[in-house]
Design a protein around this ligand. Structure first.
Ligand code: NAP
Length: 256
């Protein structure tokens, strides 16, 4: 019960890493605001997730709103305040990675990726931080960045700068928000099997290569992210801020 009665907001929680993190937070005693895009196709997933959280004896509410909209953070915070009385933890996880080559990158793809992954995160973190400051009891903010914040990707030239940006945002916010007891950290997943990389990993050769690069000998599962996110959200990490935690099965350090 590391997060007993905490109010947690997680963006991009309809599926993948966000959904796994939402469930783990609930298992640890938190009530959760489930952020997602609001798409029709994801609504049933959100309903199922809410039911699963409720079956654990916790509460969950949903907010369907585009991550890139600067007002979305305010909506997420309002939902948490209305349903659970405040915000203790904000996890910025929503993100897209439409793999594309650099020389012919469509401008819309670049702009949408930066807007969804980074611009929206900036305003959402700001909204959550203001609420936490007003509450006066500190808080924890976690950005789901990526191993791609540290290394490049030829088909991800639009994506990797957003992940480096999120890491940098957490470092700067750790300084800006430390005086209010608000801790800001980043998790850097390696390759976690979700919808975001389904097509990429359908290529067996690529898949085998990625597994071969990973000392722990397998790709990541969304559940692998739950523990690290809960840890950074909890008082177990009470003196951890401005930090980044690779969760990659050792992929980053495996140069040869
Ligand atoms: P995923 O399964 O595709 O889930 C993406 C989530 O983001 C969904 O909940 C989706 O909501 C939400 N989302 C996407 N566009 C949105 C928008 N415009 N507005 C609001 N919500 C939006 O991907 P994932 O792998 O779990 O990725 C989660 C985060 O982890 C991303 O930031 C990604 O960059 C990061 N990450 C993933 C990996 C990996 O290997 N999987 C590695 C490093 C970092 P809808 O269902 O409504 O579309």
């Amino acid at each position: 019960m590391l997060l007993e009665n905490k109010s947690v907001i997680i963006t991009g929680a309809s599926r993948g890493i966000g959904a796994a993190a939402a469930l783990e937070c609930a298992r640890q005693g938190a009530n959760v605001v489930i952020g997602y895009s609001g798409s029709e196709s994801s609504r049933p997933l959100v309903k199922d997730l809410i039911a699963e959280i409720e079956s654990l004896g916790r509460k969950a509410v949903e907010v369907g709103a585009p991550a890139g909209d600067p007002d979305t953070g305010d909506k997420l915070v309002k939902a948490a305040v209305d349903a659970f009385g405040g915000v203790d933890v904000f996890v910025n996880n929503a993100g897209i990675c439409p793999f594309h080559s650099f020389l012919d990158m469509p401008r819309e793809t670049y702009l949408e990726t930066v807007n969804t992954n980074l611009n929206g995160a900036y305003f959402a973190v700001q909204a959550a931080a203001n609420r936490m400051k007003d509450q006066g009891r500190g808080g924890a903010i976690i950005a789901v960045s990526s191993i791609s914040a540290l290394v490049g990707g030829g088909m991800q030239t639009h994506y990797t700068p957003t992940k480096a940006g999120l890491l940098s945002l957490m470092q700067s916010c750790a300084i800006a928000l430390g005086p209010y007891g608000i801790r800001c950290n980043a998790v850097l997943p390696g390759t976690i099997e979700t919808d975001i990389n389904k097509e990429d990993l359908a290529d067996q050769e690529k898949r085998d290569y990625m597994i071969g690069r990973t000392p722990l000998g397998r790709l990541g599962r969304p559940e692998d992210m739950g523990g690290p996110i809960v840890f950074l959200a909890s008082d177990m990490a009470q003196y951890v801020t401005g930090a980044s935690l690779l969760v990659d099965g050792g992929m980053f350090v495996n140069l040869q």
